[in-house]
Design a protein around this ligand. Structure first.
Ligand code: NAX
Ligand code: ADP
Ligand code: K
Length: 531
């Protein structure tokens, strides 16, 4: 079990589906640790705390709030929020979608408490947009079908800066981040206990504004089937001992003359991330071109499968990367050779090495093993896994909607190896269903990473980490995280060449952070005998 699964270090944050969250709540309630009404009170209080922080004018008085409550427990939270804000002196109006008689028990109880201080008004066709704050407590985790116009109409004219969403902006599926029908856009979304995939995937970030995850006193953990990557999951800093061969030897296969740039980017990425040696395997016709452009990266001639097999007799070559600029014909002849050694040799397949098998993906899948990583972008993914890609492209008819996690999982299971599905919400899936999300969202947003060659560098980062001994899933998730950190480090104007060159600064920051942790624990240890 890796560290991220044992939860030993804070490298990742678990993302809970609505069903997993419900199971945790139910277990806590069944154990007698907490009641549903207590959880609802804490959820409401957490939203009010977020409002006090985000809207400091509330403390100055004359603050007008509109609370929109739905027919379930999300609406129940709304009644609590309305009461707590009224107790703080706000002027509160509350509207209910549907009838109070059908409310679930805890929501009903809070509706009754609210009625002691204010009216429950029928659902409005529209609102004036003049209040200081609008609370969206219409639908949350229970969203099960597309939201109709009537539901979102009251908030349609309200600027998102005045909207706080409870658990999720209404209309957003929390498991997938996909909009069911139409969805509210909020300034702040307050969720409870743990974030959900939908806060990071697909349309989620565009609708959530800022996500605040508040503790409501629940202790349980989910099955850890999906995590958000918050730091490297595998070691990236080198230890004091060791020599170049102990950090592995990565071989990147290049295409022919005039098409070697992509593989050179990949090789540079693998070298920067710390592979002990990196060699480019080039056809004879491209040898001079590559030699003129390479210094730290070595060169060997690989014309066809026989030459490739010969090069691979060197067992110290422990990680391969094929695809960037390779050409489909060359990919079809070289990929089977790369996979011959089975799990003894890590293999990263990207770009042409994926598209080359679009007509016969099963022939590729039959050869793949757990030491492989496939790194498709959306188009390459659709070529190799047409069915899940088609399902994901369809308008969702009900919630929870199919997510990028679901399709990446299905792909990893089918391929029998780790699959990294690229995007601003990159998903990394392992065949056993474990998933990681590397979200280039919110403060980590890096739209300038959408530049030619960025993916080639990512493939190199993965191959380099695998040469150094990392497992496929850990290497892919860590590389994706570092890739975005490099883009953040460089900033707008970035081109693919800048990514490997930004890595040293990112690694230095990690080294400094690790040093601070080491210094902290040393200080603690040394202080003990003095006490
Ligand atoms: N279960 C608990 O103990 C807690 C739940 N909490 C809140 O409860 C929420 C989940 O509550 P629910 O499971 O009742 O779900 P919701 O309140 O999100 O939805 C309620 C019901 O609305 C109906 N519905 C779904 N989509 C619809 C649509 N498009 N049009 C019309 N009706 C639709 C469904 O029948 C669903 O059961 C969370 O999001 C959170 O805000 C919090 O109070 C924390 C504790
Ligand atoms: N808007 C975006 N925000 C953050 N990252 C992005 C965005 N668009 C693309 N990326 C990332 O940039 C890389 C592009 O890779 P890819 O599509 O293979 O391009 P190329 O083949 O030109 O290198 C991927 O790692 C992807 O996750
Ligand atoms: K909501």
């Amino acid at each position: 079990m890796s560290e991220i699964e044992s939860g030993a270090m804070k490298k990742a944050t678990e993302l809970l589906t609505a069903a997993e969250m419900r199971a945790i709540e139910t277990a806590a309630m069944d154990s007698g640790a907490v009641s549903g009404i207590e959880l609802m009170e804490r959820a409401g209080a957490a939203v009010v705390a977020a409002v006090e922080e985000g809207w400091p004018q509330l403390a100055r008085g004359a603050f007008r709030v509109v609370v929109l409550c739905g027919p379930g427990n999300n609406g129940g939270d709304g009644f609590v929020i309305a009461r707590l804000l009224r107790e703080r002196g706000c002027e509160v109006e509350l509207y209910l979608l549907g009838e109070a008689v059908g409310l679930p028990r805890d929501a009903q109880a809070n509706c009754d408490r609210w009625r002691e201080m204010g009216a429950v008004q029928p659902w409005p066709a529209k609102l004036d947009g003049q209040a200081d704050l609008y609370v969206d407590a219409v639908f949350g985790a229970g969203l099960s079908r597309p939201v109709g116009e009537r539901v979102v109409a009251p908030l349609a004219g309200v600027p998102p800066e005045r909207i706080v969403a409870v658990d999720a902006p209404t209309g957003l599926c929390m498991d997938s981040g996909r909009v069911l029908g139409s969805a509210v856009s909020a300034a702040v979304t307050v969720t409870f206990h743990a974030p959900r995939p939908g806060h990071y995937l697909a349309d989620g970030p565009a609708h959530c504004g800022r996500v605040i995850c508040s503790s409501i006193g629940l202790r349980g953990e989910g099955p850890r089937r999906a995590v958000r990557v918050d730091a490297p999951l595998v070691p990236v800093l080198k230890s004091a001992d060791g020599h170049k061969y102990s950090h592995g030897h990565a071989l990147v296969l290049s295409g022919g003359s005039g098409r070697t740039g992509a593989a050179r980017l990949t090789a540079r990425g693998a070298l920067r991330i710390g592979a002990g040696l990196v060699t480019l395997g080039v056809p004879g016709a491209a040898q001079l071109e590559v030699a003129a452009q390479s210094t730290g990266v070595m060169l060997t001639r690989v014309d066809g499968p026989e030459a490739f097999s010969k090069v691979l007799e060197d067992e110290r070559i422990n990680a391969l990367c094929l695809g960037p600029g390779l050409g489909r014909d060359r990919a079809r002849s070289l990929v089977p050779v790369a996979l011959e050694a089975g799990t003894r040799r890590a293999v990263v397949l990207d770009a042409d090495a994926l598209s080359a098998f679009a007509d016969a993906p099963d022939a590729l899948f039959a050869r793949l093993h757990p030491g492989c990583v496939l790194t498709p972008h959306g188009g390459e993914f659709a070529r190799l896994f047409p069915d899940p890609a088609k399902q994901l492209a369809e308008e969702p008819a009900r919630g929870p909607a199919l997510s990028r996690l679901d399709v990446a999982r299905a792909a990893a299971e089918r391929a029998g190896c780790t699959v990294l599905l690229k995007g601003p919400d990159t998903v990394i899936a392992r065949p056993d269903g474990m998933c990681a999300v590397n979200a280039a969202r919110y403060a980590r947003s890096v739209p300038w990473l959408a530049t030619a060659g960025a993916g080639d560098v990512l493939a190199g980062f993965i191959a380099g980490l695998m040469a150094r001994g990392a497992d496929a899933f850990g290497a892919a998730a860590t590389a994706a995280w570092l890739h975005v950190e490099c883009a953040l480090q460089f900033g707008p104007g970035l081109i693919a060449e800048d990514l490997p060159e930004s890595l040293p600064a990112v690694l230095r920051q990690l080294d400094q952070a690790a040093g601070r942790i080491r210094a902290g624990s040393a200080a603690e240890e040394s202080s003990t005998p003095l006490q």
